[in-house]
Write a protein that binds this ligand. Structure first.
Ligand code: GLU
Length: 383
């Protein structure tokens, strides 16, 4: 009954642990959840109000596939000003961020094509590539080099079958940030080998300590071969809105638009009015949330240092820590052990690739009290 292609794909490790945590809570367990990367803040009021107003004004019908013209304009303006991407609104497609990634892979990867991506990496890249018939080629990243995907390591993986390099900075699950040199080096490889780059920048605004985020599409000669994706979920605490975007050069845009036309048609109309308010009104809400994430990161790092069995360098962005634990227990087993013994839900590092062995992903997009209590429970369970 089930298609062969879907049998090649695993369940999402992050969504699975989230569901399991929910199930345990429903059974009456007092689970503290550090599973999915979901800000615990409410969506800022002015964004909610804009979407409500759109609903009241009857914005409940179809739009053109690429999205609301004013929103596409606002995204283009921001991509140019903040990211240095030489685009205009005709390059912008509004779509849920995860769908933007999926659509790009569907529009570019042929059966047998190889897609180079970091390991560890977010759980959905590899399955999207597999569903397109492609082969994900992991580049092992290391704690010693801040989990960055180094150009020299990428170069080693390029073969005649390579079609795409997938970049994710700031990264999920490690919180690492690609340096300007990393970006330049990867851009040179893409140009030398005529490759497409898919750059997932959904955590672009969640960077700490003055570190800088760079968009590879801004590098000379890169716009024509790069699809940049980003979105509202993490920056504006809008996970449930399913709203994001991609910026692509014309030929890629046209191909991706076909996937969108034949799948979701477009992102939800009234949600796009909320997104427009998010981008065009005051960014103070973003600053306040990033400040809070930065304080939470400092708190969780302090608490990790107090746990002798956990080791972790300070991440520079996103809202995850990816500590190594001592011993040789499988990371999924370790996550289950913590769920049962400590009533804390985390994601096993191997959900993100083989390089996640003996690591756990802890999402600290939750309140400080939860972080304190949850880490205390982990400390006791590991002791
Ligand atoms: N990207 C988030 C995470 O890694 C949300 C879950 C998902 O969409 O996979 O937890």
């Amino acid at each position: 009954m089930i298609a062969e292609r879907i049998q090649r794909v695993k369940e999402s490790g992050t969504m699975k642990m989230k569901e399991l945590a929910g199930q345990k809570k429903a059974e009456g367990k007092k689970i503290i959840s550090f599973t999915v990367g979901e800000p615990d803040f409410d969506t800022p009021k002015h964004i909610v109000e804009a979407a409500k107003k759109a609903l009241d004004e009857g914005q409940t019908r179809y739009l053109n596939g690429p999205g609301l013209p004013a929103l596409r304009e606002a995204i283009a303006k921001r991509s140019k000003a903040d990211n240095g991407i030489p685009c205009d609104s005709s390059n912008v497609m509004v779509a849920p961020t995860k769908m933007a990634m999926f659509e790009t892979i569907m529009a570019t990867i042929n059966p047998g094509d190889e897609m180079i991506m970091p390991d560890p990496a977010w759980v959905s890249y590899e399955p999207a590539c597999a569903l397109a018939g492609g082969k994900a080629v992991p580049v092992t990243t290391k704690e010693e080099t801040e989990w960055r995907m180094l150009p020299e390591a990428v170069a080693e993986m390029i073969t005649p079958k390579t079609k795409m390099i997938l970049l994710n900075s700031p990264s999920n699950p490690c919180g690492s940030i690609a340096t300007k040199e990393d970006i330049k080096g990867i851009a040179d490889l893409a140009k030398d080998h005529d490759l497409v780059v898919l750059s997932d920048e959904v955590y672009e605004n969640i960077v700490f300590d003055g570190h800088k985020h760079y968009s590879i599409a801004a590098e000379p000669g890169m716009f024509d071969r790069t699809v940049t994706i980003s979105g509202f979920s993490k920056t504006y605490a809008m996970t449930g809105w399913r709203l994001g975007w991609l910026v692509a050069p014309k030929p890629l845009f046209k191909a991706i638009n076909k996937v969108q036309q034949h799948s979701i048609t477009h992102a939800t109309t009234f949600a796009q009015y909320g997104g427009l308010a998010g981008l065009t009104e005051s960014q103070d809400c973003v600053k306040a949330m990033v400040k809070e994430f930065s304080e939470r990161r400092d708190l969780i790092m302090k608490l990790i240092k107090e746990i002798p069995q956990l080791h972790c360098d300070t991440p520079k962005g996103a809202f995850y820590v990816f500590p190594r634990y001592e011993g040789d227990m499988d990371s999924m087993e370790m996550a289950m052990y913590l769920m049962d013994k400590a009533e804390v839900a985390v994601t096993g590092g191997e959900a993100f690739g083989a390089a996640g062995k003996q690591h756990l992903r802890i999402s600290y997009a939750t309140g400080k009290k939860n972080i304190e209590d949850g880490m205390e429970r982990i400390k006791k369970a590991l002791a």
